[in-house]
Design a protein around this ligand. Structure first.
Ligand code: HDE
Length: 753
């Protein structure tokens, strides 16, 4: 039942038979090395069959197996049938009248008609926001019962439990077919299948939101979505309507700063924080209530693409984030997050200079520390996208006993919206769809509706009933209990006094960024405002918003986009406060790691195969995924071997440096000369260097890198001594025999910012 993977390397001259449990897998005559690294995907010698160990199965995965069909050649599902089960022997030709030629089609062909009918109705409405996404299975576990101070919810307090989860990551603006690496917030929606019912924590990778009151949601989404007259742009907020709205709705200032920062272009879904955003409540066994915010902190750190990379990847590989997630999971690299809570006792609700129920504000960790209490692990790709990822439906209103809502005016509106939208998307019985149904028993007197699947025996479908014994009867214990909150007030359309302040935390965020992060943010706002052709829009954003945040920011953007450059005395004073956890640098793993990073080895005929083998093995041992790119997708011949080549993964034109995290070039005279004389491979090195990626080179490979970069100030030199390893500007070089230590150096700096 365990997954074992072997990769075949050639050529190396090592021969032998590979035997597993007594069966011969391959014979040595094919000149192979066998490596049992479980990490690589189709690399030298294509392999890796998708296999998942029992560790990736959860109660929900087992539950889904009731509806999962895996057609096998001789088992059920091996023969093509109609939907009513009749065997079909010809699915290629519509029934016709045949004579001399092709005669008229016959409408009587119910097999063809069924096929077309089913096809015509394959699509369902895409999500009105967050349409583009990808999902996977996993589990959630708490470390101990430390949260029992705050809640009696077993999912948050019982360390013996492993709760199944389904997580869906998404962009917000674009439609289902849009690109992954656009600038946008990312959805981070977690469905926990607890023993007390489903708990949906529907969050984002950004801790705050554009608006304070749910009634503004249609406005902000209409403003950011493609404009109504021409349905442009797709997957972009860089247009008049969004910036017009943002300038007139200054409560969006804080969130806009986050989206324009590097957070808006994550390197991977696996390298994002997750935030519940809204303020929820926890209720403990003594009946005490606490306000709570939920956080997920990624094991791999928080990393982003550069804007240039993000733009290019939109075209080069629009599925970049989807593939990244699946590649990691299929290679046995689960994605992990620490789950943490921030709590505020009910009595302290009003002790802050912001309203703790305002979703445009975060709770600075200096004031309300994070308490890590558990772990979220995503480890299993879906079997089929539509029934799982497309049909999964989240509802913020789905919480379990021990967890409650607050009067957060955004959350209250969300609680209405999500259930409502699922009815349009999936129909009223959407909770019976396999991916949505709980793993605990479900029974009540709700009946009927389209696509009702449940068949309930008995004559009673109401309560109370003459039999007065169910089932189902209301629970005598364990039922959801609302907190008994005393409320009084005047019914009116208002927001609290502290909801009126919009810029303090936008300043706090900006001040907390590292210099390179600030530079990226200025460039991003400038890019977006440059795409707005209505001067009212870019001028007013500078004057109404940026001038309330920071003078350098406002002036830099104004100069870039042609807005009015504010003078210092016209700009609101920046309070100068900072909070370290708002910068991505704060989340750098303490020990640098390259687990699941994609590393490319660039070769031409005549490369040094021993170095490539050694570097690949080292990368694999550190959990990275390596690929070889050469002049053709076929055999490329190493130094001194004109007959036996190495199968490479891609050719130079098939992939670009943007797809990878680091680049390695081995030695080999002929190979280095070929790389030097090829514009595309020179571009590979320049582009990787420009995107601040680690580049490793050995021997003649160094001369190629030096020539491609044409940067004399780089302090490396092609030396041939065994120990000579140098690092300069992220370029790691080694003498011909220093391969192991060079690769090691590359590994340890590989996860840099
Ligand atoms: Fe959503 N949001 N939202 N949202 N949202 C939806 O529900 C809505 C908000 C978020 O992977 C919709 O099933 C309102 C904040 C995610 O399936 C819809 C308001 C946050 C997803 C909806 C908000 C989110 C959605 C569309 C303001 C971060 C994707 C399809 C009151 C905490 C879930 C759907 C998935 C999806 C409404 C604000 C996150 C229309 C009315 C704040 C991750 O119901």
């Amino acid at each position: 039942g365990d997954a074992h993977h072997w990769r075949l390397f050639k050529p190396t001259g090592i021969k032998g038979d590979i035997i597993c449990n007594g069966s011969l897998i391959t014979t040595g005559s094919s000149n192979c090395i066998i490596s049992n690294e479980p990490t690589m995907s189709e690399s030298v010698g294509q392999t890796i069959k998708r296999t998942f160990t029992n560790a990736t199965s959860t109660a929900k995965v087992a539950d889904l197996s009731r509806d999962t069909i895996d057609p096998t050649p001789s088992g059920p599902g091996s023969i093509l049938t109609t939907d009513h089960g009749v065997k079909v022997s010809d699915t290629d030709n519509w029934l016709k009248v045949s004579g001399d030629g092709t005669g008229p089609f016959l409408l009587e062909d119910q097999i063809a008609r069924e096929k077309i009918h089913r096809f015509d109705h394959e699509r369902i409405p895409e999500r009105v926001v967050h349409a583009r996404g990808t999902g996977a299975h996993g589990y959630f576990k708490v470390f101990d019962d430390s949260a029992s101070k705050y809640t009696y919810a077993p999912v948050l307090t019982d360390p013996s439990r492993t709760t199944s989860v389904f997580v869906r990551f998404s962009t917000v603006q674009g439609s289902r077919g849009s690109a992954d690496t656009v600038r946008d917030a990312r959805g981070f929606a977690v469905k926990m299948y607890t023993e007390e019912g489903n708990w949906d924590l529907v969050g984002n990778d950004i801790p705050v939101f554009f608006i304070q009151d749910a009634i503004k949601f249609p406005d902000v989404i209409h403003a950011v979505k493609p404009e109504p007259h021409n349905e442009v742009p797709q997957g972009q907020s860089a247009h008049n309507n969004f910036w017009d709205f943002a300038g007139l709705q200054p409560e969006s200032a804080h969130m806009v700063m986050w989206v324009m920062s590097d957070r808006g272009i994550p390197r991977s879904f696996r390298m994002m924080q997750g935030f519940g955003v809204n303020t929820y409540t926890l209720l403990n066994a003594d009946g005490k209530r606490f306000f709570v915010k939920f956080h997920f902190i990624p094991e791999l750190g928080v990393h982003s693409l550069t804007w240039d990379e993000a733009l290019k990847i939109c075209g080069q590989d629009p599925d970049f984030h989807r593939k990244d997630l699946n590649e990691a999971l299929e290679n046995g690299n689960p994605a992990k997050w620490t789950f943490a809570i921030q709590t505020i006792p009910e009595a302290d609700e009003h002790n802050f200079d912001f309203d703790i129920l305002d979703a445009t504000k975060l709770w600075p960790e200096e004031l309300v520390p994070l308490q890590p209490i558990g772990e979220l692990v995503v480890n299993r790709p879906v079997d089929e996208f539509f029934p799982e990822t497309e049909q999964v439906a989240f509802c913020t209103s789905h919480i379990v006993p021990g967890i409650g809502f607050s009067d957060d005016p955004l959350l209250q509106g969300r609680n209405f919206s999500y259930f409502d939208t699922q009815i349009t998307r999936l129909g009223i019985n959407w909770e019976q769809i396999p991916i949505n149904r709980p793993v605990c028993p479900v029974m009540n007197h709700q009946r009927g509706g389209q696509q009702q699947h449940r068949i309930v025996k008995g004559e009673i479908n109401y309560w109370p009933n003459r039999k007065n014994v169910g089932p189902p009867v209301p629970a005598s214990e364990g039922g959801y209990a609302e907190f008994q909150q005393k409320v009084s007030g005047i019914k009116q359309r208002v927001r609290g006094a502290k909801f009126q302040e919009h810029f303090n935390q936008a300043q706090l965020f900006y001040n907390s960024l590292a210099p390179h992060e600030k530079a990226h943010l200025i460039a991003a706002i400038s890019f977006e405002l440059s795409h707005c052709d209505d001067p009212v829009v870019y001028r007013s954003y500078v004057t109404n918003v940026l001038s309330k945040i920071d003078v350098d920011l406002a002036q830099a953007v104004a100069r870039n986009v042609g807005g009015p450059v504010p003078i210092e005395s016209d700009v609101q004073v920046n309070q100068g406060k900072k909070s370290a956890p708002l910068s991505q640098i704060y989340y750098m793993p303490t020990k640098p790691m390259i687990k699941s990073r994609r590393i490319v080895i660039l070769v031409a005929d005549g490369f040094n195969a021993v170095e490539v083998g050694a570097v690949k093995a080292l990368l694999g041992s550190a959990g990275a995924v390596s690929f070889i790119v050469g002049p053709r997708r076929g055999e490329v011949f190493p130094e001194g071997s004109a007959e036996v080549g190495v199968m490479v993964d891609h050719h130079y034109e098939g992939q670009r440096s943007t797809m990878f995290d680091a680049l390695f070039i081995p030695s080999g005279k002929e190979h280095a000369e070929a790389l030097m004389s090829n514009g595309r491979t020179v571009h590979w090195v320049r582009e990787a260097f420009g995107h601040c990626k680690t580049i490793g080179a050995i021997g003649e490979g160094i001369a190629f890198v030096q020539q491609a970069l044409a940067l004399p100030e780089l302090s490396f030199a092609p030396k041939l001594d065994r120990d000579d390893v140098t690092t300069s500007y992220g370029v790691v070089t080694a003498g011909k025999y220093g391969v192991v230590s060079a690769a090691h150096d590359a590994l340890t700096i590989g996860a840099g910012p």
